[in-house]
Design a protein. Structure first.
Length: 75
């Protein structure tokens, strides 16, 4: 099984939903297919699908994620 990392829920950025969302983190904090949980919410895991440049701060990236379980869009 792949390692699962944890991120602070405060790293959520912009519009998010129960099954998907965005994280604003430093460059290199995650990669496509990084599996993670939010600190304090360890029962739900997520997977990073895209990494985008964050124009307001070139040292940060916007990481788009999906919930790994019970998500019809998770391919």
């Amino acid at each position: 099984m792949r390692d699962v990392v944890s991120f602070d829920p405060k790293s959520r950025y912009g519009k998010t939903a129960e099954r998907w969302g965005n994280l604003l983190l430093p460059e290199g904090a995650a990669h496509v297919d990084t599996r993670f949980v939010f600190e304090g919410e360890r029962e739900t895991a997520y997977r990073v699908l895209r990494v985008n440049v964050f124009p307001k701060d070139p040292a940060k990236r916007l990481y788009y994620y999906l919930r790994t379980a019970d998500n019809p869009s998770n391919s």
